[in-house]
Design a protein around this ligand. Structure first.
Ligand code: G3P
Ligand code: MG
Length: 248
């Protein structure tokens, strides 16, 4: 089952135009004819999978402190739009289930990044994949990725035939190639600012797809594409749509 991966994936939904990791961000990407979005999933204290990036609440909500110390109900009482702009005041942190419903309704693909709070690498993957298995049928439009090898190992063990992506930070771990092989990933997802042409070619030689995050500049996308990069995570997908890839 090949991965039906588009060139452009909306990063954290469509993070330049709507608050990151929200239902509004998914709709914004869909309205731009973006086929896939990337979303980050974490667990609440009572193990509800929610769409959220940071370990703490301060940057993107009106709450403070550690996200993992709050229950689902406590988190639903927060709002996560006013930091971004007045027109988003009052919106809530979505659950994974709510996000999946919107994605299915808008006929979109998903790169779900398992983004566990420290120490919850295994549970976050287990709970998220369990929910996905009950809701999501379109496995050629689903990519499970993580910086956390333990989370990818869970995905490998419980959903072996779903596509996985190994996320690499600025500094690649020495054993990244062994990890990519062992975890049987379909893609290696690299930091666009730090990757070299040689590294891109090494991944291509392994017959894995190369995805680059986060690319908002069309010139950078053009260079990376000329090296062989297959897809781009972008906060402003319209800039790449217009500047690099013609989608219509
Ligand atoms: O999955 C690509 C990208 O989202 C990884 O970094 O911090 O934006 O989740 P981050
Ligand atoms: Mg992410």
């Amino acid at each position: 089952m090949p991965l039906k991966l588009p060139k452009i994936i909306g990063h954290r939904g469509c993070a330049a135009y709507a608050p990151e990791n929200t239902l509004e961000g998914i709709h914004t990407a869909a309205d731009m004819d973006i086929d896939w979005v990337e979303l980050d999933v974490k667990l609440t204290k009572d193990e509800v999978p929610i769409i959220f990036h940071d370990d703490t609440l301060d940057r993107t909500t009106n709450g403070t402190g550690n996200m993992a110390d709050r229950t689902y109900k406590e988190l639903k009482d927060l709002e996560c739009g006013s930091w971004f702009g007045e027109s988003f005041i009052g919106i809530q942190i979505p659950t994974l289930e709510e996000a999946l419903e919107v994605l299915i309704d808008r006929d979109m693909g998903l790169n779900l990044e398992i983004k566990p709070c420290p120490g919850r690498e295994k549970e976050t993957a287990e709970v998220a994949l369990d929910l996905l298995s009950t809701i999501w049928d379109d496995h050629d439009r689903l990519l499970i990725s993580s910086f956390q090898h333990v989370s990818l190992e869970v995905a490998h063990d419980i959903a072996n035939d779903w596509h996985r992506g190994l996320l690499l930070p600025e500094e690649w771990p020495e054993n990244w190639a062994e990890l990519a092989d062992y975890l049987q990933v379909s893609s290696v997802n690299v930091n666009a600012e730090h990757v070299t042409r040689e590294q891109v070619e090494t991944i291509m030689d392994m017959e894995k797809l190369v995805l680059a995050y986060t690319v908002n500049n069309p010139d950078q996308a053009r260079i990376l594409q000329s090296w062989g990069v297959d897809g781009f995570f972008s906060d402003c997908p319209d800039a790449l749509q217009e500047g690099v890839f013609s989608v219509h």
